[in-house]
Design a protein around this ligand. Structure first.
Ligand SMILES: Cc1ncc(COP(=O)(O)O)c(C=O)c1O
Length: 399
């Protein structure tokens, strides 16, 4: 049997907004559940009871980390499912009260496409615009609420430009209308920004394990007690009837360990990442034709989003890949699509310049040496691509 070469360790991985490596503590906690404690948590025998106990512990650990109750935590398969369950579940449960749903123009596709699906069934989806930094105005959200509104969905931190939304202020305005629920896609937040679910004031909050060094295929939805949603998959009675299907016990345990650690370490991680990003930003921002996008202050500490004039983001990713640096075009989830980023166009950038979007995202495991090397290589590579584009006269204006 030929031995597969492991993922090239020399690669400088700066795409943590797309996914993160599994942290050793999470792997260690997961291994016994994949090997010895493999029972089905619904089985009454000892093996099943052991798996049930591990799952209950994972609920408790997540609840404690987030400062909520265990029964308010629903384990899912990831951020996409958590968002879909929240939006479709709340929309169908509230349909008799109204069919209007208010959202922002910069949501992830897991929210945008779920809402577009609901639109086909008669729900009215209203998008609140953002300013040039990607910020939603809480007053604009309030102005969009009518007596027919049942749900508001605004993300906590944007995955393309990193802008952090004023959720607490939005929640305050949503609460002025009785019966309107607030859903928040917080997938990019754990470990990066402080998370206080009580202070946030949302009724539903989506998370994804693999964005904070937990396992892929694990996620969770916080569902404030008393919030009624309709389950979106039917079968068994798992997760208190809110998410049928045999539970991914190892995934839930790995997520719980990773979330707990990410939240505890958040202040130190965020401070360190902001420093590293500052170094990279100083080096990259100095090149002609490069503009930084997103909010200058209220943004994810490890995320640097750029527009490179005249250069296609995909070419930038390919050129840096050859140099051993992994970054992303705008958003990893839109890679391969020819559509310019809806986030940048909502922020007012012309579609043509939005094609030059690059996202560099640092993570807890990013080292100083990696950032030093990236600060040397990225400017040189982008300057070379920019010069080549100018030479062939394809340069476009950066807004
Ligand atoms: C803001 C945001 N929401 C939702 C998702 C989807 O999460 P998952 O990959 O776990 O389905 C992502 C993933 O990129 C994201 O960044």
């Amino acid at each position: 049997m030929t031995r597969r070469r492991p993922y090239n360790r020399a690669v400088i991985y700066l795409d943590h907004a797309a996914t993160t490596p599994l942290r050793p503590e999470a792997l260690e906690a997961m291994l016994p559940l994949l090997t010895e404690t493999y029972g089905n948590p619904s089985s009454p025998h000892a093996a099943g009871r052991r798996a049930r106990a591990a799952l209950d512990d994972a609920h408790d650990r997540v609840a404690q980390a987030l400062g909520v109750q265990s029964r308010e935590v629903v384990f899912t398969s990831g951020g996409t499912e958590s968002n879909n369950l929240a939006l479709k579940g709340a929309a169908w449960a509230g349909r008799s009260r109204g069919q209007r749903i208010v959202t922002s123009a910069v949501e992830h596709h897991a929210v945008r496409h779920a809402l577009a699906h609901l639109e086909k069934f008669g729900f009215e989806i209203v998008e609140v615009p953002v300013d040039a930094t990607g910020l939603v105005d809480p007053d604009a959200v309030e102005a969009a609420l009518t007596d027919r509104t049942i749900l508001v969905s605004v993300m906590l931190a944007n995955n393309e430009v990193g802008t952090i939304q004023p959720i607490a202020q939005i929640a305050e305005r949503v609460r002025r209308r009785r019966g309107v629920l607030l859903h928040v896609d917080a997938v990019q937040a754990p470990g990066a920004v402080p998370l206080d679910l009580q202070g946030l004031g949302a009724d539903l909050v989506a998370f994804s394990g693999h964005k904070f060094e937990g396992p892929k295929g694990s996620g969770l939805l916080f569902l404030r007690q008393g919030t009624h949603i309709l389950a979106q998959q039917h079968g068994g009675t798992q997760e208190r009837h809110r998410r049928a299907g045999t539970e991914n016990v190892a995934g839930a345990v790995g997520l719980a360990v990773a979330l707990d650690l990410a939240l505890r370490e958040q202040p130190a991680t965020a401070a360190r990442l902001a420093g590293l990003r500052g170094r990279l930003e100083a080096a990259v921002g100095a090149i002609a034709g490069v503009a930084l996008t997103g909010h200058p202050l209220d943004r994810l500490p490890g995320l640097l989003s750029l527009l490179v004039s005249g250069v296609d983001g995909a070419d930038g990713v390919a050129a840096l890949d050859l140099e051993g640096i992994a970054v992303s075009v705008g958003s990893a989830c839109t890679t391969g699509s020819l559509e310019p980023s809806h986030v940048l166009t909502a922020m007012g950038y012309p579609a043509e310049s939005a094609r030059g979007a690059l996202r560099v995202s640092l993570g807890r495991t990013t080292t100083d040496d990696e950032v030093d090397r990236a600060a040397e290589v990225i400017p040189v590579t982008l300057a070379r691509l920019g010069a080549a584009a100018r030479a062939v006269g394809t340069i476009g204006a950066v807004a």
